[in-house]
Write a protein that binds this ligand. Sequence first.
Ligand code: TRP
Length: 375
Amino acid sequence: MRLSITCLVIYMDKRIDPWGASDISDYDKLMREFGIEPFSNVIKSVPDVHKYMRRGIIYGHRDFSRIAQAMKNKAPFVMLTGLMPSGKMHLGHKMVADEMIYFQENGAHCYVCVADVEAYLTRGMDTKVMRELAINEYLLNYIALGLKPKKCRFYFQSDFSNEYNVISKYFSKKVTFNELKAIYGGESLTTGKIVSALTQVADILYPQIDMGKPTPTVVPVGTDQDPHLRLTRDIASRFKKEYNFILPSSTYHRYQKGLSGSKMSSSDPTTYIALTDSRKEVEGKVKRALTGGRDTLDEQKKLGGSPLKCTVFELYKFHFMDDDKELSKVFDECRSGNVMCGECKGRCIELIVGFLLKHQAKREKARKVLDKFLK
Ligand code: TRP
C-alpha cells in the first residue's frame, strides 16, 4: 500500500524530521506507520546480497523488487544519493559510499549529488568550504573505496543542468503548502526547507530525464530522509503525464552507533573514526569506546558480555569483518565470557589500522583521477 500524503496528516505527531536530530529507537513501529517494507521480504530476489542486507543493517525498502529485477536482468537502473559535506568523512559516511559502490558494481548508473544548496539554505554553510570538502574529503574517499568514473555523475546542486533546475521549480505546481506542512511540520517549516525539499525531489527524478527514458531508480538513505522519498513519489505520480516517471525505490539503513554509545556525529571526533585517522587516533578512540562488558573481569568471565550493546562489535559488523562466520564467532566469544574487551578491542584496532593504511594509500593515488569525475 502506498501511503498518501493526506493519510500522513493523521500521523502528524510521529513525524520524521530530516533536518532535526532524529534518534530512532523502534524501527518496526516506524515501518508500520510509514509503509516502509521489511528488507527481508525482497532479499531472496536480490542477485548479489550485500552484507548490510544480510545483517539487517539495510532493514527496509520501498519498491526494491523493481531494482532487484533490473539487477538480475542486467537492465538499466539508476542509483542516486546525496551528501551534505559537513566535515571529515567517517565510518557513517563510508556506509553510504559502500552502498553506492555496491550498486555501481551491480550495473547502476550512479548519480552522486552534493547537497550544497540544501546545506547553504538549512545550515548556513559556506559554499566555497563545501566545494573543497566535497572534492578533497568525500569524492577522494569514494574513489579510494572503489567508485568508478564510468556511468557516474558527481554534481553540485548549485551548478547542475538547466533542466534539473527547472523541474525543481515546476514541481511546486503540484504540491500544496498544507501537504508540505503535514510532511515536514508546520511550526519549523521555512522557505529554505521547502526549496531544499523540492531540490531533492529533482535530484531523485532528474536522472530519469537524463537517461532519456523512465528508469528504475534506487535511493539508498537513512530513515530520516524518508519524508523526501514520500514527497518525491507523490510528485512523480502527479507528473506522470508530463514525464512518465517510474516511482523511485529506496532502501533504508540503520545508523551505526557512535563510539560513546550515542549518535555518531561529525561535530564530535570522539564518536567516530575518520577515514584519515592515524593509528594513534584509532587506538585512543577504540580504547575509550563503550562496550557491552561487565563491571569486573570476574563477572564478565562468569556471565559473558553483551555484544549487542557494544560499539566495538558494531565496528566489526558494519565495516571490518566481511565473513559472517567469523562475526558470529566474535559474538559467541563475547557472550560466553571467553574473550574479554581488552583483547577484542586490540584485534579490532589491528583490523581498522590495516584497512586505513591501505585506504589512505589508495586515497593519495585517487587524486590523479579526481578530474575524471569533475568534468
Ligand atoms: N538531504 C540529504 C541529507 O541531508 C542530502 C541529499 C540531497 C540527498 N539530495 C539527495 C539524499 C537525494 C538522497 C537523495 O543528507
